[in-house]
Design a protein around this ligand. Sequence first.
Ligand code: BTN
Length: 326
Amino acid sequence: MKSEILTLLRDRGDYVSGQELCQRFGVSRTAVWKAINQLKKEGYRIEAVQNRGYLLLAEEEVYSQNALKSRMGTAWAGHPVSFYKTLDSTNLQAKRDAEGGAPEGALVVADMQTAGRGRRGRSWQSPEGVNAYFTLLLRPEYTPDKATMVTLVMALAVAEGIRETCGIQAQIKWPNDVVIHGKKTCGILCEMSLESDYIHYIVAGTGINVGQQELPAEIAETATCLEAECGKKISRAVLIANIIKAFEGYYEKFKDTLDLSGLQQEYEGLLVNKGKEVRMLDPKGEYSGVAEGITDTGELLVRLTDGSVTEVYAGEVSVRGIYGYV
Ligand code: BTN
């Protein structure tokens, strides 16, 4: 009920009487009063005026389960949402939840991770109070060969969520780093649980540098945070809700065809590598070419010096710009 009260107060932008709240939620005045007090304890500033009711004052960044739940305008993605002050890793928690029977769409969010995981076995620095770390649980019916596309779908959703929340156009470094002004601001790690040709579940984990201005030395040159790029304070709850909403739409499109044909154009429009010379860090040997776009199953199309076009599979190679990260 707390998150619904919050949504109502926010949408109304004016006083809502205690009586209306009691009627709407079928509870007593004491129950409403208790819920309001709990929201205040979470950090919300709510004014109570006799004969007028409750008014939500200008919202500062409250980052909590109710902050997220009250903004989740989706049908299935982000339901339920669980919020933790600290976790080892939201991917690990989502996997534990999946093993315990959590449904498709369940979302795990943490303010801080003590064992954040990155791609290729790397760790993901996850300090408290500044960034967004979240993992969405999917229970697909498609075969494992389609799963690599989910990271590209999430990258599109992150770019759209950033555009909606911060008003700036992020780009995508194939396959799934989201960059702003050429610097990485988001990483995505999808992991799946498989049994022969059957997917038990996928966890799509996303980490976004939102307000961490001081970045570790090893990534300071190639990474950035949203607030530095857009010059304003960003609500992590709003950002995540916007990303999950975008993901729901894009994922439904992906499921219609089980490929990226419906999203390819939009993805290529955001592809930072497009038309640029890229270096492929292939374990079998480095080579370079010009990135031309993606296939409808998400491989990068690269024109080589001899004029032929090769398809590069995500996971096999890393892509770098000829002069640096993009
Ligand atoms: C990358 O290396 O680019 C991927 C980083 C993914 C980090 C996110 S943070 C939320 C989720 N939980 C994790 O442990 N990892 C992902």
